[in-house]
Design a binder for this molecule. Structure first.
Ligand code: FAQ
Length: 312
């Protein structure tokens, strides 16, 4: 019977059908999705911290309102994604415990510091730009609750990307030399970490082959990275910034850009906990959880008071 279910499941995937929460699925499929969706949720929540750092220092009221809205969207994406992950049978408390103990990952990119206001624009342009490139194919992920969540998230991410590009364009076109230098410096610091967001090269990616077969991932890490590079070069030219890669050039044979080597040792170091801000980021999340203990206790006490008395 197990074999038959497995075969039916594989046939549904092969026919391009979507899997719903109550459908039968292999345990490994469930685990893979739970890992990816919960890590994605953690990334959104931890991803609020680097930009949250600049809300009180935004240069104008308009920029502050935009940044506040963006950071709130990220909180919303996190909650949305936790809800999608819960459909796979894990509680939010279990997922958060995995984050807080360091067992679950979140995106490497959020372990880098936000040093200047130009970092806000650069995160929107490059980090949200990379996120969209990675997430648009996830709108067709074979697991329907995740795919549905991604549709709305991608719409909001594209506003995030545009606001970042707009902030940088304003600094480049109307700003001082010092502001233009600040943008160039931010782009130099964020470029390589943004390329690492797509994950390790395909041949070093342990989950890719199975996730591609199951239609969880639709496009490989390296192909998405290449698409991102190809899309970003022209945007950098319009902006008037130089991407920090002397080997970046158009290859007419491949009809794609060649690029320099990515320092994968840095990537593995950052995701194993040893990036510039890992301790600070995780520390902030654990502290927030601990500080919220009284709210959780009060909510439970309130719910207990108002729940109907147990039947005699
Ligand atoms: N950072 O075999 P693969 C955002 C881990 S966007 C950390 O290739 P997979 C929006 C991977 O988990 C950012 N860890 O794995 C925003 C695995 O470790 P594990 C979030 C990484 O899953 C913008 C190991 O390496 N987006 O938040 C990274 O098939 C601005 C082997 O890797 C998503 O999560 C990394 N960059 O492919 C918010 C998108 N890359 O679990 C605020 C959904 C790999 O075995 C501000 N996720 N690892 O311990 C995905 O598409 C996939 O999970 C990949 C990785 C492509 C990230």
């Amino acid at each position: 019977r197990q074999m038959q279910r497995q075969e039916q499941f594989e046939a549904r995937i092969a026919a391009g059908e979507f899997i719903e929460a109550k459908d039968w699925m292999p345990e490994h499929y469930r685990q893979t999705l739970l890992r990816q969706i919960s890590q994605h949720a953690h990334s959104e929540i931890v991803g609020m911290l680097p930009e949250g750092n600049w809300i009180t220092r935004a240069p104008t009221l308009k920029r502050k309102a935009i940044l506040l809205a963006k950071v709130q969207d990220e909180g919303g994406h996190g909650l949305y994604l936790y809800a999608a992950a819960e459909t796979l049978g894990s509680s939010r408390a279990q997922m958060l415990a995995a984050l807080h103990s360091g067992r679950a990952k979140y995106s490497s990119i959020f372990n880098y510091p936000t040093l200047t206001w130009a970092d806000m624009g650069t995160i929107g342009w490059l980090v949200d730009g990379a996120a969209i490139m990675n997430q648009v194919p996830l709108c067709r992920c074979s697991y329907a609750p995740y795919a549905r969540a991604m549709v709305r998230i991608c719409r909001e991410e594209s506003f995030h990307q545009r606001q970042g590009y707009d902030a940088l364009l304003t600094m480049m076109r109307q700003g001082s030399d010092a502001q233009r230098a600040m943008v160039q410096d931010a782009v130099e610091r964020w470029w390589w970490p943004s390329l690492m967001m797509f994950g390790p090269p395909d041949e070093q990616s342990p989950h890719s082959a199975q996730s591609m077969r199951w239609g969880i991932k639709r496009v490989s890490n390296d192909r998405l990275r290449q698409q991102f590079i190809d899309a970003t070069v022209a945007q950098a030219r319009v902006l008037g910034v130089t991407l920090p890669d002397p080997d970046l050039r158009w290859n007419p044979q491949r009809q794609q850009h060649d690029h320099g080597a990515i320092d994968w040792s840095e990537f593995w170091r950052v995701i194993s906990g040893d990036g510039p801000c890992n301790q600070e980021r995780l520390g902030a999340r654990v502290q927030a959880w601990d500080d919220g203990a009284w709210v959780r206790a009060a909510a439970l006490a309130h719910a207990a008071k108002h729940s109907p008395a147990p039947a005699q």
